[in-house]
Design a protein around this ligand. Structure first.
Ligand code: PLP
Length: 401
């Protein structure tokens, strides 16, 4: 498939398929080996040791680079390792601008590394043009963007921030985990790096933890690959094989999941127990117009606020039969999370209030089950959520996952 441009659906389904294997294998083989024989003194097959490079992992990297429109990609052992790999490219005394509502693990990483003096990090409301301009006056080396954000699905204008970042010589990294390249390609909007937790939509089956960094520039992709080998954060070949298997069906999965999500968003906002629904596909969502411009769809993540708060949320999550109470997202099965006691449990009450995350907020990762079954499940849980019962147990508090 090299040379001519290929439709992204074809890249996902067929990149590397039936590609000259000596036995004619259609599915690209899993190279489950740590080391490679040198054909002769001083020569390699192109591969010598799997920490540095592995054909299975390289095929996943090549596929993701093509889907994101990048020059190259590095596959890491987790999404966090992918973010840290981008941070390893920062110069001394760098300044990093991150979203105020970023993924909790990203915030923990940035705070921990900045506390050790690696760089300085500021957490900014990137939808606030004034706050963004003031942050850019401090000449950051890196601007990190997440859009849609977690859990309120705020949308940030990637092209506008890319232009602002470029004007001050900063690089732009976009965490594209929530949409995947099926629905958004940040490099085409001006980003220098795209980051993924491949754990989510790219693998899509909730059975692998992994990450990726895609670079717009070939030299930068090389530099990232070098660092990933130096620090040893490259992903396992088996995980790459599984993730590529997931990528094969990325487009139809995401299409069906977001169709389910749209139906659910419309259902939820008609329900008396629901105060608000946060889904960019709803025309009254703050980021709707921007999402229409920069995305090819609205995704399959949404959240909603129950009028009766924490107690109702507890009864709701105890009553679902299809939606499983779990963190993570992007798999074929539907999940429900309660941010205040789960994904966002490390935030104090003030920070939660500032971020607009209430005790009655629930987040859904919508899967591939039948729409009617999902809606019936939510209807049953909503009915249960408004039935009074005993006192609530003390909420869990802990570290972000
Ligand atoms: C899950 C997630 C991460 C972290 O990825 P892991 O694979 O869990 O290390 C980073 N960013 C976002 C937006 C995520 O959802």
């Amino acid at each position: 498939m090299d040379g001519k441009p290929v439709h992204p659906h074809t890249v996902a389904a067929a990149n590397g398929v039936a590609d000259g294997d000596r036995f004619g294998a259609v599915a690209p083989p899993l190279y489950l080996t740590s080391t490679f024989a040198f054909p002769a003194y001083g020569t390699t097959s192109g591969y010598d040791y799997s920490r540095a490079a592995n054909p299975t992992r390289d095929l996943l990297a090549d596929t993701l680079a093509k889907l994101e429109g990048g020059a190259g990609a590095v596959i890491t052992c987790s999404g966090m390792a992918a973010i840290d790999l981008v941070l390893s490219r920062l110069p001394r005394d760098a300044f990093v601008v991150a979203p105020h509502d970023c993924y909790a693990g990203t915030r923990r990483l940035l705070q921990a590394r900045s506390a050790r003096g690696s760089f300085e990090a500021a957490f900014i409301d990137q939808g606030d043009a004034g706050a963004m301009s003031r942050a850019l006056e401090h000449v950051p080396s890196l601007v990190l963007v997440e859009t849609p954000s977690n859990p309120l699905m705020r949308i940030v204008d990637i092209a506008a921030i890319a232009a602002q970042a470029k004007a001050v010589g900063a690089r732009l990294a976009v965490d594209n985990t929530f949409l995947s390249p099926a629905l958004q390609q940040p490099i085409r909007l001006g980003a220098d790096y795209v980051i993924h937790s491949t754990t989510k939509y790219l693998n899509g089956h909730s059975d692998v933890v992994g990450g990726a960094v895609i670079a717009a520039d070939a030299a930068e992709a090389e530099a990232l690959a070098h660092w990933a080998n130096v620090t040893g954060v490259t992903g396992a070949p088996f995980d790459a094989y599984m993730t590529l298997r997931g990528v094969r069906s990325l487009f139809p999965r995401v299409a069906q999941q977001q169709a389910n999500a749209m139906a659910i968003a419309r259902f939820l906002r008609e329900q008396p127990q629901v105060a608000r629904v946060y889904y960019p596909g709803l025309p009254d969502h703050r980021g709707h117009d921007l999402a229409v411009r920069q995305q090819q769809g609205f995704g399959a993540m949404l959240s909603f606020e129950l009028r009766e708060g924490a107690a109702a949320a507890r009864r709701f999550v105890g009553a679902t039969r299809i939606f499983t109470l779990a963190e993570s997202l992007g798999g074929v099965e539907s999940l429900v999370a309660h941010p205040v006691t789960m994904t966002h449990a490390s935030m104090d009450a003030d920070a939660l209030a500032r971020a607009g995350i209430g005790a009655g907020l629930l987040r859904l990762s919508v899967g591939l089950e039948a729409e009617e079954d999902l809606i019936a499940d939510l209807a049953g849980a909503l009915a249960a959520s408004s039935r009074a019962d005993g006192p609530a147990p003390a909420p869990l508090k802990g570290e972000p996952c």
